[in-house]
Design a protein around this ligand. Structure first.
Ligand SMILES: C[S@@+](CC[C@H](N)C(=O)[O-])C[C@H]1O[C@@H](n2cnc3c(N)ncnc32)[C@H](O)[C@@H]1O
Ligand SMILES: O=C(c1ccccc1)c1ccc(O)c(O)c1[N+](=O)[O-]
Ligand SMILES: [Mg+2]
Length: 214
């Protein structure tokens, strides 16, 4: 079952990665997922595009929708400037538990806040609970039918500012057609597609980077 799979992924990290070395954690997960069991991490190929967007934005506050085992969380956090923080939402308690251990192994607990619960409930509480004003970067990688409603929720809650970057995974596979149509046609966004492949496979997929224009 899924829980046993993620437990094996955690053990692969603890066996093959150096404690306190985020890049070795990322490497260990990618090797495990390529050689042993596919898992729905953003992966190494799209991960490089994620890295370049994070480095370019140099965000102070990041929101990640969908933690899973913390692979992309560790990837992003390892590139953040000193006082920067990432809040990552995960509603599956088993996955959240694994993610906290992967994040601890990488030594990035101080930069990452794993919040357990559904994005639809937590996004409206971001300001009051975590003192967030607006996000500099949002990484969308949770269930694909939630991308559009959560983007509208972020707008309505005033959590996006002029220049906030939305980076969305899987816009081709599994696909997020309603979200893609929205960010590509709304006058409030400037959108760009980064062609790549579904993690650990040859299937086409890609990331959509959208700038909120205010
Ligand atoms: C593809 S995985 C995340 C992968 C992770 N971003 C990475 O690249 O390593 C999607 C995760 O989002 C979680 N999820 C889906 N819908 C959610 C929601 N509405 N709120 C919180 N978590 C959600 C699922 O439980 C799952 O763990
Ligand atoms: O939806 C799936 C999926 C569908 C079916 C089986 C396994 C995964 C998926 C596939 C690749 C992703 O990068 C991803 O983020 C997801 N996801 O669940 O959010
Ligand atoms: Mg994904």
């Amino acid at each position: 079952n899924y829980y046993r799979d993620v437990n094996r992924l955690l053990h692969a990290v603890q066996k093959n990665a150096t404690k306190g070395d985020p890049r070795s954690v990322v490497k260990a997960i990618d090797n495990f997922c390529r050689q042993k069991e596919w898992a729905m991490n953003v992966g190494d190929e799209k991960g490089c595009i994620l890295d370049s967007v994070v480095s370019e934005v140099n965000p102070v506050t990041v929101l990640e929708l969908g933690t899973y085992c913390g692979y992309s969380t560790v990837r992003i956090a390892s590139l953040l400037p000193p006082r920067a923080k990432i809040i990552t939402l995960e509603f599956n308690p088993d996955y959240a538990k694994i993610a906290r251990q992967v994040i601890a192994w990488a030594g990035l607990e101080d930069k990452i806040q794993v919040v357990e619960g559904p994005s639809g409930e937590w996004i409206p509480k971001m300001k009051e609970q975590f003192g967030v004003k607006t996000f500099d970067l949002v990484f969308l990688d949770h269930w694909k039918d939630r991308y559009l409603p959560d983007t509208k929720l972020l707008e309505d809650c005033g959590l996006l500012r002029k220049g906030t970057i939305l980076l969305a995974d899987n816009v081709i596979c599994p696909g997020t057609p309603d979200y893609l149509e929205y960010v590509r046609n709304s006058p409030r966004y400037k959108s760009q597609y980064f062609k790549s492949h579904l993690e650990y496979t040859k299937a086409e997929d890609g990331l959509e980077k959208s700038v909120f224009l205010g």
